[in-house]
Design a protein around this ligand. Structure first.
Ligand code: GLU
Length: 269
């Protein structure tokens, strides 16, 4: 039943937001995992060729900046983190533009701040920009504007950012590419009997209790931010999937309706 529901849902998906985390894109030393990035770009280009409208929300600016500046750990001070983001964002986009270009795709960079997700006028402008880019068959690549947003006013994690973006562009589906296979009934790092949950009809308190906040060293989000993202997209009528970003051909498999990762349906809302 849930398997069929997922297959049927995927057949109607036209606009998809794909979020990829720092730990999928970079090694722990902050240098790019080129094989992963090439595979990601190839898969997204293929979805685009299938006729889907795709937005990529990519983390990795701070990690890439750290790599470039030779820092072993994420700096503590805000200004140094912002400096890393400023250095890394350019490198990230340079790389995406180069590899997407090899598949004949044009990319655009959109850097968002929290205000853009709440202020009506800014929301409208952002929406129009995305529409114009879709008309031109461009693949927008989004990140938070880390170099200038301060702690008090930032969204802070790209799980939440990608959910806002999905809502803004009225996307049908948000795919979170993570370093784990999906949502488990308890923490799989601690409990070897933890079971992957394939289908979630609504983010209830019971589902929320399966999540724990621990993120990886380079990433910002954990399961809690992913569940928050699910609530945001589900309430706007879209679905969400969490998958392991390192699995082969994972994006095609999701869009083909295969039962991979955790599917957060929007029918339970
Ligand atoms: N915007 C941050 C970056 O590009 C990442 C935030 C996150 O990992 O969720 O480094």
């Amino acid at each position: 039943m849930t398997v069929e529901r997922r297959e049927t849902f995927m057949k109607d998906v036209k606009r998809v937001v794909i979020k990829v985390g720092s730990s999928t894109l970079t090694y722990p030393n902050g240098l790019f995992n080129l094989g992963r990035i090439e595979s990601l770009v190839r898969q997204i280009s293929n979805l685009h060729n299938r006729g889907l409208e795709v937005i990529l929300v990519s983390s990795g600016a701070i990690a890439a900046g750290m790599g470039r500046l030779g820092l072993k750990e994420k700096p503590k001070s805000m200004s140094r983190k912002q400096a890393c983001a400023a250095v890394g964002q350019v490198r990230l986009m340079h790389m995406y533009d180069k590899i997407f270009g090899e598949y004949g795709k044009t990319t655009a960079q959109i850097l968002i701040t929290k205000d853009d997700t709440v202020d009506k006028k800014r929301l409208r402008h952002a929406k129009n920009t995305f529409s114009a880019l879709f008309k031109e068959k461009v693949i927008p690549i989004v990140n938070e504007n880390d170099a200038i947003t301060t702690e008090e006013i930032k969204i802070g994690d790209n799980d939440t950012l990608s959910a806002y973006v999905c809502k803004l562009v009225q996307g049908d589906l948000l795919i979170l590419m993570s370093d784990i296979d999906g949502l488990y009934n308890c923490n799989p790092n601690i409990n070897k009997d933890a079971k992957l949950i394939n289908y979630v009809s609504a983010v209830t308190d019971e589902i929320a209790s399966c999540a724990e906040g621990a993120g990886t060293k380079l990433g910002t989000g954990g399961m809690i931010t992913k569940l928050r993202a699910a609530s945001i997209v589900n309430s706007s009528g879209a679905a969400m999937v969490i998958v392991n970003g390192s699995e082969t051909d994972i994006l095609n498999r999701v869009l083909n309706g295969e039962e991979v990762g955790t599917f957060f349906d929007c029918s339970g809302i």
